[in-house]
Design a protein around this ligand. Sequence first.
Ligand SMILES: Nc1nc2c(c(=O)[nH]1)N[C@H]1C(S)=C(S)[C@@H](COP(=O)(O)OP(=O)(O)OC[C@H]3O[C@@H](n4cnc5c(=O)[nH]c(N)nc54)[C@H](O)[C@@H]3O)O[C@H]1N2
Ligand SMILES: Nc1nc2c(c(=O)[nH]1)N[C@H]1C(S)=C(S)[C@@H](COP(=O)(O)OP(=O)(O)OC[C@H]3O[C@@H](n4cnc5c(=O)[nH]c(N)nc54)[C@H](O)[C@@H]3O)O[C@H]1N2
Ligand SMILES: [Mo]
Length: 771
Amino acid sequence: MADRIVDPWGDRTPYGPDEQWPSRVDEHVEAQDVDRWVQSASILHSNGDAMDIAVKDGRIVGVRGRAADRVNRGRLDPKDLYGWQANTSPDRLTRPLVRQDGRLTETDWDTAMDRIVARSRELLRGPGGWGHFGFYTSGQLFLEDYYTLGVIGKAGIGTPHMDGNTRLCTATSAAALKASFGADGQPGSYADVDHCDAIALWGHNVAETQTVLWMRMLDRRHGPNPPAMLAVDPRTTPVAREADVHLAVRAGTNLALVNGLLRELLHRGWYDQAYVDAHTLGFEELQKTVDAYPVRRVAEICDVKAADVERAAELLGTSQRLLSTVLQGFYQSNQATAAACAVNNIHLVRGMIGRPGAGILQMNGQPTAENTREAGADGDLPGFRNWDNPEHIRELAELWNVDEATIPHWSPPTHAMQIWRYAEQGSIKLLWISATNPAVSLPELARIRRILAKEDLFVVVQDLFLTETAELADVVLPAATWGEKLGTFTNADRTVHLSEKAVDPPGEARADLDIFLDYARRMDFRDRDGAPLIGWTGPEEAFEAWKRCSAGRPCDYTGLTYDKLRGGSGIQWPCTTDAPEGTERLYTDATFATDPDYCETYGHDLTTGAEFTADDYRAKEPGGRAFLHATDYQPSPEVPDDEYPLLLTTGRTVYHFHTRTKTARAPQLDAAAPDVWVELHPEDAARAGIEEGDLVGVASRRGGIEARARITGIRPGVIFVPFHYGYFDVSPEDRTPRAANELTLTAWDPVSKQPLFKVAAVRVAKLAGRE
Ligand SMILES: Nc1nc2c(c(=O)[nH]1)N[C@H]1C(S)=C(S)[C@@H](COP(=O)(O)OP(=O)(O)OC[C@H]3O[C@@H](n4cnc5c(=O)[nH]c(N)nc54)[C@H](O)[C@@H]3O)O[C@H]1N2
Ligand SMILES: Nc1nc2c(c(=O)[nH]1)N[C@H]1C(S)=C(S)[C@@H](COP(=O)(O)OP(=O)(O)OC[C@H]3O[C@@H](n4cnc5c(=O)[nH]c(N)nc54)[C@H](O)[C@@H]3O)O[C@H]1N2
Ligand SMILES: [Mo]
C-alpha cells in the first residue's frame, strides 16, 4: 500500500462514465491477530467513509475500509488510518473536574452533575429563566445525542439559545438549500461523480478535506471520457492543479464571479428555458441583476483573466451532466448565502438537478453536521420544521406532549455568534459547550477567552481532553467518543451509518447521550401529564423516538432501523416504506420543498438578512417551484488598506482535523504537519524581504501571530494560515500566539450567520531567518 502520508490518495482505480467505482480496501492495523472487527464510519470529516474498527485485548488497534459501502468502497482518508490512536492517548480525561478555589480539581460524577443542576435550578427559578441558558454543541456527536439535547433545550428548558459549531461550518449550506429549494437536505449524491461530464468545485479543497471523494473524482479523471473540471480558489490547491480551468479569485469576490458566469450562460443561450419556466421563480429579476456583470467587470473585481472566466462559462455551459460542490471558500467568505445560492441558480437555469450526474452538493464539513441540523440541536426545529409555522410547532408540542408555548418560536433561533454576545453582555449565565473547542475555532480569540473567563458565566465543557476551552471551564465532563459509544450519523450525501461500540471508554468517561440523559433525569423534566419528558434510556430507543419526529418531513428516517444498518452499506434518507432502500437524489421530479405548509423557512432578503413573513411567502405562490435568487456583489466588510495591505484567508491541511485534539495525538499525522505556517505569494514575500522558512509576524486589527513562511502559488495579495494550531500542546510559558483566529474578525453572513473566517486585512513582517 502507498505511504498515505506521502501520497494521501493512494493508487488509482480508473473507471468510465456510468460504471461502478471499483473497490479498494485501505487498512492500517498496529497489531497481529485482531480479536474482532466492529462496524463504524469516519468521524474526521463529512464524507462518511465506512470502516471497521480492529479490536485486540479490549483496545482499538487499527481500522480498515468497508468495501460494500456506497460511499467509499473500502477507501480511507489518512486521518482515519491513523487518527484512532487519539482514543488511547494517555491524557484522555477520565474523571469529571470542577473549579475549586480557582483551580480545576478531579471529582466524582455526582458532585459535578449536582453543581450543574444546582446552578440550572437557580437560574430557572425566576420568570424568563430559560433566557440564561446557552447550549453550544457540535457537528461531531451522534444523531441520538443531538435529538436528546434538542428536546432538553427546547421542551425541558425552553431556550432559543441553542446552536452548534455547525454555525461556523455549514450554516450556509443549510441556508442556501432552504432559500433555493425550500428545505435543508442535500439534492445530490456522491454517485453523481460516476455519471457527470463536468465537476465544478466552488471554494472546496476536496483533495485535502474529503480525500476519498477526491479519489473518486481522480479515478474518473484517469478513466475513459473523463469529466472536465473547474476550481475556484485563491490558492493553487491540489484541486486547482488538477482542474482544466482554475480561477484564483481574490478572496471575498465569489458572488461577482458567479453572477458573471450566470450572465454568460444566459447570453450564450446555455440554459433550459422550459425547465426555468416550469420549475423556477424569479428568472427575470435574475436576468436583470446578472446583466450588470459582464466578463470584463468580473475579471476586474475578482482579479482574474477575462478569457479564463469565458472558459469557465463554456465548461459549465456545454456540459450535459454538471456536478457542483460548494464549501468553505464560499460559506466562510463574503456574501456566503448569496454566493452559494448563485451556484444553485446555475443548476436551476440549466435544469441540472435531480438526475444522475447533474447534481449539487452544498457540502457539510463535520462528520455529523447533518444530524445537528436535522435533529434541531443547532436551534432550528427538529425535522427541518419552520419556527414561524404554527402548525409545525403544534406537531412538536403533540409529539413531546408539552405546551406549544414552551417551545421557543417567537423569533428565529439564536445563532452562535449572538449566544457568545449574550454571554459577553451577561444575560446568558450558563453556557454548556459539548464537543467543540471555541477557544481555538471562533473568530477573535482574545475576546472569546475573555468571555469564557468571566466570573458570572458558568461554563460546562464536555470533551475528551483538557482543551484550551476546558482549561477555562467551571465544570469539565469527560466524554466517551467514537468507538466507545453506539449511535448513528449521516454524511454530506444523506447516507446514514451505524457506529457500534468497540471498546469501553477510559476511566469514568461517559457517552454524551448518557450525560444528557443524566442531566434530564436530575432536572426532572416532565411532560404535560407529569411523565418524564424524555422516555428513552439508550441510543436505539432515542433513534426510534427520532424516527417518529422525522416522519413526513424531508429527512424521513422511518424506514431505517439499527438492524438494517448493520452488515451492508450505509443508507440514504429519506428512507420510508415507499423507499425502503433509501433515496439516491432529491427533486428528481423537479417538485421542490417550497410549499408554504411544508417549507422550512419563509425566506430572507439575501443582502440584508431581513426575514419575510408567512404572508409575503404565500403571496409568491411557489407551488413546488424553486427560487432563483438575484443578489448584487458588495465588497467584504474588511478590505486591505495602507496599514493592513494583505488579505488573510484561513483553512485546512490534509493531515489535521480542526484544533488537532485527535490528529496531534497520532504520531504520523503530527509529524507530517507539526507547526503553523503562513503561505505567501513570491511577490508579497519579496516586498517584505521574507524568504522560505523565515519567521513571520502576521498582524490584524484584532491581534498577531508568528508563523514560518512558505512561498507558494497562492494568488498575489492573499496570504493563508491553517487554523489548526492552538496552545494545548505548548507549555504555558512558551505560548507564542499562533492560532489563526487571533487575527480573524467578528462578522458574519446576514442570512446564514456564518462567521467570515476567509477574509481579514493583515500585514506581515519578517521577525527572524530560517532555523
Ligand atoms: N484534512 C481535513 N479535512 C477536513 C477537515 C479538517 O479540519 N481537516 N474539516 C472538515 C470540515 S468541518 C470542513 S467544514 C471541511 C472544509 O473543507 P474545505 O472547504 O475544502 O476547506 P478549507 O480549507 O476551509 O477551505 C477551502 C478552500 O477555500 C479557499 N478560499 C479561501 N477564501 C476563499 C474565497 O473567498 N473564495 C473562494 N472561492 N475560495 C476561498 C481556501 O484557499 C481553501 O483552499 O473539511 C472537512 N474535512
Ligand atoms: N480561522 C478559521 N476558523 C475556523 C474555520 C476555518 O476554516 N478558519 N473552520 C470552522 C469550522 S468549518 C469548524 S467545523 C470549526 C471546528 O472547530 P471545533 O469544533 O472547535 O474543532 P474541533 O477541534 O473539532 O473540536 C471538537 C472538540 O470536541 C472533542 N470531541 C471529539 N469527539 C467528541 C465526542 O465524541 N464527545 C465529546 N464530548 N467531545 C468530543 C474534541 O476533543 C475537541 O475538543 O472551526 C471553525 N473555525
Ligand atoms: Mo466545518
